[in-house]
Design a binder for this molecule. Structure first.
Ligand code: PXG
Length: 481
């Protein structure tokens, strides 16, 4: 049986009937017991633990395709692919088999002291095949945050090899997200994270984001506004001095920041400025990479050519942790030909993670999942969202392409007027989604969707209709109709 009913080309190996899945889960304890132990011993990321422990977490016990089951037997549709990462969907035996075989064959070996192993070799060759032509070299780590730490190391090493030792500043953006290590958190532009970081990485500065709905003043068109925001980069470079600026980093579209999609004028201008002042351009592809926009990498959707790309999440579809940095040939050459590069992690290129990544990338390629996002499910998803929410009383804009979208909640959509208590409104809506068994993420007053890339049209219809119910209920609670 296939969970994708419409497309013969995507028929899956035999899977148990969905209704049997929840029962099969190896659930050892009652929900109450799980919650009590979780509250007693587990600190969750980005959470107010006092309040979470009082209300109790939802315990997820099982997943298949685009669905999750909780410990109460509820079936939930996952509109977020976990945390923007389960691109091939849950329950793919190919990935489990790859991990199992690799664990028996060679569960671990390092790549530090003149050694290597087949999985990391295969993965690097495959990434070189799938990435844009000039990306032929990859450095491995365990997460997107470590990827961006690695980016900083490569950027500084690169300029050192060019004899330009004063090029130290990295320019990033407010409301960008680049991870939660000290370097990732500093690169990111999340004020609430900076407030809890008494020390930060030095020489990192931020410019404004290209968030048209929330920040454009007057009668600027989206294109004019995006251009003006890109030109802040030039102003910042001139302020610091081009001889002191090493790199600019940005997500092609901001994910955690609210699926902020810049107008078409933005990235070409950023690229022009980086080239003019001899500054490396880094695309953080942790969310955008591996098919999310219908292209293999989101920078291809926006039509620019970065010098470095940060990868994670969809690299293994989240089945095991892995991150990487892809180096454009011109950067790779400088790193390769100039002696030691003093950076690495015990698990750089971990054989099990690499074997899973290879199996995952082959599924994305051979089942034409990325092509399908571009030509079929992506356009359908965008059309359904835009039709369903056209003229909705609290939807101000819908951003996105392929299988990623942001829905702006707004007090007065036509006047681009946001709710004064935006975060509260997002939380209200998120709770309605949760109770309706749809996982949808709220970032302030924007509701985000990023489902597994294997989603079919029936499942897209289910997400859109559940989102509509939740957003209608939110409007009703606010007394807006
Ligand atoms: N860059 C980008 C663009 C990301 O989205 C990271 C780097 C860091 O990756 P790691 O693997 O270190 O987490 C991310 C991560 C959310 C959310 O709530 C988003 C991320 C992580 C956790 C939560 O949207 N993105």
């Amino acid at each position: 049986m296939s969970y994708r009913t419409e497309e013969v080309a995507y028929v899956q190996p035999a899977q148990p009937a969905a209704s049997a899945l929840a029962a099969q889960a190896t659930q050892q304890r009652s929900t109450a017991e799980y919650r009590a132990l979780d509250a007693a011993h587990h600190i969750h990321p980005f959470s107010d633990m006092g309040s979470l422990n009082r209300s109790g977490s939802r315990v997820i016990v099982k997943a298949q395709g685009v669905y999750l089951w909780d410990s109460e037997g509820n079936k939930v549709i996952d509109g977020m692919a976990g945390l923007w990462c389960v691109n091939v969907g849950y329950g793919r035996e190919e990935l489990a088999d790859a991990a199992y075989k690799q664990m028996l064959e060679l569960p671990y070996y390092n790549t530090f002291f003149k050694t290597t192993h087949p999985p990391v070799i295969e993965l690097s060759a495959l990434l070189a095949e799938l990435a844009p032509e000039a990306f032929n070299h990859f450095f491995y780590c365990n997460s997107g945050s470590e990827g961006n730490d690695t980016v900083l190391r490569i950027v500084h090493q690169y300029w050192a090899t060019q004899g330009k030792h004063s090029k130290k500043f990295v320019i990033s953006r407010k409301n960008g997200y680049h991870g939660s290590t000290i370097a990732g958190g500093t690169l990111g532009g999340m004020g609430y994270m900076h407030e809890q970081m008494p020390s930060k990485v030095e020489n990192i500065v931020h410019i404004d984001q290209p968030y048209f709905f929330g920040e454009a003043q007057g009668n600027l068109t989206p294109e004019e506004f995006a251009l003006a925001r890109a030109q802040q980069l030039e102003a910042k470079i001139l302020e610091i001095g081009a001889d002191n600026v090493a790199a600019f980093i940005g997500e092609p579209f901001q994910g955690a920041g609210g699926v902020i999609f810049p107008a078409s004028t933005y990235w070409p201008e950023i690229q022009r400025i980086c080239r003019k002042y001899d500054i490396l351009l880094v695309a953080d592809e942790v969310i955008g990479g591996f098919g999310r926009t219908g292209e293999w990498f989101a920078h291809q959707h926006f039509g620019f050519e970065p010098d470095l790309i940060t990868l994670a999440k969809g690299l293994t579809s989240g089945y095991v942790p892995m991150g990487a940095v892809g180096l454009h040939d011109r950067v790779a050459k400088a790193i390769i030909e100039n002696g030691d590069f003093n950076h690495g992690l015990t698990y750089s290129g971990h054989p099990v993670a690499a074997a899973v990544a290879v199996a995952n990338l082959k599924l994305l390629r051979d089942e034409k999942i990325v092509d399908r996002v571009k030509n079929d499910t992506g356009p359908y998803f965008q059309k359904q969202l835009r039709e369903t929410f056209a003229n909705h009383p609290i939807i101000g804009e819908i951003s996105g392409t392929g299988l990623v979208a942001g829905l702006q909640l707004a007090q007065d959509p036509k006047a681009r007027k946001r709710f004064a208590n935006g975060g509260d409104v997002g939380t209200i809506c998120r709770d309605f989604c949760f109770n309706g068994n749809l996982i949808m993420r709220a970032t302030g007053d924007r509701m985000l969707l990023s489902p597994p890339l294997v989603i079919n049209k029936l499942e897209i219809d289910e997400i859109v209709s559940k989102a509509k119910k939740a957003i209608d209920a939110t409007a009703q609670q606010l007394g807006i109709s």
